[in-house]
Design a protein around this ligand. Sequence first.
Ligand SMILES: NC(=O)c1ccc[n+]([C@@H]2O[C@H](COP(=O)([O-])OP(=O)(O)OC[C@H]3O[C@@H](n4cnc5c(N)ncnc54)[C@H](O)[C@@H]3O)[C@@H](O)[C@H]2O)c1
Length: 463
Amino acid sequence: MNRKHFLKSVLGASAFIGIPFNSYSFSNDSIDELINNTKLNINGSMFSFSDTEIKKVRVAIIGVGNRGSVLLQMFQYLVENDHAEIIAISDISEKKVNNSSDKLSKFQRRKADLYYKSNEDWKKVCDRDDIDLVLIATPWELHTSMSVYAMENGKHVACEVPAASTLEDCWKLIEVSERTNKHFMMMENCNYNEEELWVLNMIQEGVFGDLTHAEGAYLHDLRALLLHENYYEGQWRLHEHAERNGNFYTTHGLGPISFYLKIGRGDTFSHLTSMSSRELNLSLAAKQVNHPITTYKCGDMNNTMIKTEKGKTILLQFDVHSGRPYSRINKVVGTKAVHEGYPSRLYIDSEKLESWGHKWLKKEEYSRYRNKYQHPIIQKLKSVSQAFKQGHGGMDFVMIYRLIRCINLGLPLDINLYDSVMWSAITPLTEISVVSNSQSIKIPDFTAGGWKTESPLEIMREV
Ligand SMILES: NC(=O)c1ccc[n+]([C@@H]2O[C@H](COP(=O)([O-])OP(=O)(O)OC[C@H]3O[C@@H](n4cnc5c(N)ncnc54)[C@H](O)[C@@H]3O)[C@@H](O)[C@H]2O)c1
């Protein structure tokens, strides 16, 4: 990939309008100017946005592969309690829409309309006037165009991670959502995991004091799935690793951390630097299974450091090539306590100098904190539904429950437009930093200054 092609793939075509490309290199400040050139006029109007109440949310799902079919099943409780109804299902695979339709028939009497006849059939779903919310769970490169089309046609959108892959698309999502007054939420389920919500609750209750640092990651051995013939439709995810180098899956680690650090609610990302290791593991695995693609641009391990405007630091890691246990790290450091996940451990600092220690809390003490600060939404939902047990240990259900109930009640969503874009924009910015010898990259303000206003997290309100 030549330099121009690379920059277009991470910035978008608009960065080059009216600019002679030859005047730009990776090694000087002009990269910031190019990044700025992607910017669209935005105003921050979707902060705390709420629409009128929708008593029963009429839902369409586009993309019912691995993820979309799980999301569909998360609706059982909501459908059975008349909070939502699945109206339409779309995919390019007839088999997949039929499978999902069968799953739906186990808990919803009305059959969903099925759209599978072409790559563009999903547009017919968005063109209907009896749908309130479109859920998108397709390959990454389709997320923004599908979301934009749905919002332009009057639908709220909840899209799988990441929201966008280029900076141009990040701005576009904001501009369209603000102009159409439609919700855009990226469905970052890890923000709804029991451990992350417990840590968040402790932070809100002051257990950690003031925060200085956090670490998150997506460390997940995906070799077998990436190289599998049919797991990802058309092996779309493997091609991303062949073509790009950076952190492609920022949001599972960064989403919860951003809630901890009040990103977009009093603080924001200032700049980042990113470094990828050499690539060995995926190509070795590819050779082992005789896969035709044996060279991959994406390094095995990407490390990204982010500084916030208020001086906090974040370490974000990404590795889906190496054989290793799963981890999102989930570490947060404050003036009074430290948490680290995988496995979850808590350190509480002592106010007395002579009692300063180096040990995690013992099991009994840890359990005391775990029980005392369990997030109220977890407490509540564990008792309402069997569904809590499904979908990544409960977090998928909590996320869909909150999404639908907030729309039912006309409340702002937990993960707003700006959260969704800020967490996703880190991907193209890591790609630019990696390719330019880890140059420090200024992170654009996607909130029109709205991040400066301290505001509470919606998830802390019980619904
Ligand atoms: N949050 C999570 O825990 C989680 C877990 C897995 C995947 N995901 C995300 O979900 C998304 C989908 O991943 P997946 O693993 O389900 O991949 P997948 O390949 O199994 O599913 C994608 C689906 O989109 C369909 N599709 C492709 N083009 C389409 C079109 N033009 N119209 C309609 N449908 C189309 C494909 O046929 C396929 O069924 C990705 O964004 C991924 O990052 C999130």
